[in-house]
Design a protein around this ligand. Structure first.
Ligand SMILES: NC(=O)c1ccc[n+]([C@@H]2O[C@H](COP(=O)([O-])OP(=O)(O)OC[C@H]3O[C@@H](n4cnc5c(N)ncnc54)[C@H](O)[C@@H]3O)[C@@H](O)[C@H]2O)c1
Length: 349
């Protein structure tokens, strides 16, 4: 299969690119190389004859038409997005332009290409989205997000992703474009950009800095190892039913405080401090405005229809992640100088 992957120099996109090439798929990585991108994320496949890179911005429709005409993909996996909620609070405009207008451009470029190719039924436009479009859940563990949960986005980021999901479904209903969608929970793992919670905690811990916990740390997320997510995405693009959406979760609900304490315990074992525990560095800071209380995925559909399950528990995945950061210091050091990294963003609503 020839896959056109957008956002393949980012965190999840690069995991998809690496896994797809390892499984023998041809991959065209289309990425604008924003602050969040790092081509080192795909260095392990860059020399493969199966891999091609196109620097293009999804806000640039003409560039997308050129990429489709040149590479003629069998399927699109659309991951390119502005992805950091805190940045969306400070600067929502970029999120509307890339996540909404950019997705519109992708749909139109894909529709043109697919129509001119004779509307092949086998073509797929796979839109990768987030569980944040569903809003915030109460703490009752029996209530989870299903594919039928009504949309209720509450941040500029999640509202822009919800908008893009609606566009993708509309292009399927109106134009017959063969789409599939996925909404997944919080990812973590190797190559995670050092502004997101898990790498911030690991790197601040190692630097002897405070470990910032928003509010009282009781917010619950359903943590998914990025390589399990990439595996699920490849399954959906190959076997997902036309027009259907699938929720993908790790079945690993943890409060932020529990997650941070687990990371500290792993670090205490792998890189003990001279005195005390990394948990001594935990500091509670002002909460994010509109911080959603809980996300949790009911993955019944992808499990029963496609037979997918996460392969690791959050403890196993976090141990692998911590080890990866310990082994790859040059990678994260190079990114720490990028604009906004290490700063507290999105505090003022
Ligand atoms: N990280 C998570 O926990 C998570 C959870 C659920 C869903 N998602 C979704 O998965 C996708 C990937 O997330 P991520 O965490 O890997 O993001 P990321 O920020 O690490 O990477 C995004 C990539 O998209 C590229 N990009 C941004 N704007 C672009 C533009 N205008 N044109 C072309 N490329 C552009 C960036 O250069 C970067 O390489 C996003 O759509 C996100 O909404 C992420």
């Amino acid at each position: 299969m020839k896959l056109l992957v957008t956002g393949g120099a980012g965190f999840i996109g690069s995991a998809v690119v690496r896994l797809a090439v390892a499984r023998g798929h041809a991959v065209v990585n289309v990425d604008a190389l924003t602050y969040a991108a790092c081509l080192d994320n795909v260095a392990s496949v860059a020399q493969s004859p199966l891999y091609a890179f196109e620097q293009a911005d999804i806000r640039d429709r003409a560039a997308l038409d050129r990429v489709f005409a040149k590479h003629r993909p069998d399927a699109v996996m659309h991951l390119a997005a502005e992805s950091h909620v805190d940045r969306s609070i400070d600067g929502p405009g970029d999120f509307i332009e890339t996540n909404v207008i950019g997705t519109f451009n992708m749909l139109e470029a894909a529709r043109k290409y697919w129509t001119e190719a004779g509307r092949p039924e086998t073509f797929r436009f796979h839109h990768i989205s987030t569980d944040e479009v569903f809003g915030s859940l109460p703490k009752d563990p029996s209530i989870k997000f299903t594919e039928d949960t009504p949309y209720d986005p509450r941040s500029p980021y999640s509202a822009s992703k919800a908008s893009s999901d609606h566009l993708v479904r509309a292009w399927h209903e109106t134009y017959g474009l063969p789409v599939v969608l996925t909404n997944c929970s919080n990812n973590y793992g190797p190559f995670h950009f050092p502004e997101k919670l898990v790498p911030v905690i690991i790197l601040n811990a190692l630097a002897g800095k405070p470990l910032p916990i928003y509010g009282d740390g009781s917010n619950i997320r359903d943590w998914l190892f990025v390589e399990d997510h990439a595996d699920a995405l490849l399954l959906v693009v190959e076997k997902g039913a036309l027009g259907r959406s699938y929720n993908i979760g790790g079945e690993n609900e943890r409060t932020n405080l529990e997650l941070v304490r687990t990371l500290c315990a792993i670090l205490d074992e792998k890189r003990p401090k001279a005195q005390g525990s990394y948990a001594d560095q935990i500091t509670f800071v002002t909460d994010r405005p509109g911080h959603d209380a809980r996300y949790a995925i009911d993955p019944t559909r992808i499990r029963t229809e496609l037979g997918w399950r996460p392969s690791v528990t959050v403890e196993e995945g976090l141990a692998r992640t911590v080890q990866w950061y310990l082994d790859n210091e040059p990678w994260w050091r190079a990114l720490q100088g990028r604009k906004g990294v290490g700063e507290r963003l999105g505090v003022k609503a």
